[in-house]
Ligand binder design. Structure first.
Ligand SMILES: [Zn+2]
Length: 87
């Protein structure tokens, strides 16, 4: 995968953009993508939360992110995800 700045990221790797306002929030969001991908949940997350970014935003909200650059996660979807995965 090629990022907008030309960086090449291999599947399964996490790439943190230093221009993001919160490194920790970005990391949690990216860990969400990684966790869903590695557990075979990518399609299910898209089906249940609308798209892969929303799923990562909900994951990030639940696990302590404070800055949301991909649209955030509505409270009811946070509750849905907590219930779905027992968080
Ligand atoms: Zn994302």
């Amino acid at each position: 995968m090629i990022e907008p700045d030309g960086a090449v990221v291999q599947p399964g790797q996490i790439c943190l953009n230093p221009s993001q306002p919160s490194t920790i929030s970005t990391l949690i969001h990216e860990l969400g993508h990684k966790w869903f991908w590695e557990n075979g949940l990518w399609d299910r997350v898209i089906a249940n939360y609308g798209n892969f970014q929303r799923g990562a935003e909900c994951f990030a909200a639940i696990w302590g992110a404070t800055v949301f650059g991909a649209g955030g996660c509505p409270g009811e979807q946070q509750l849905q995800m907590r219930a779905e995965f027992g968080w």
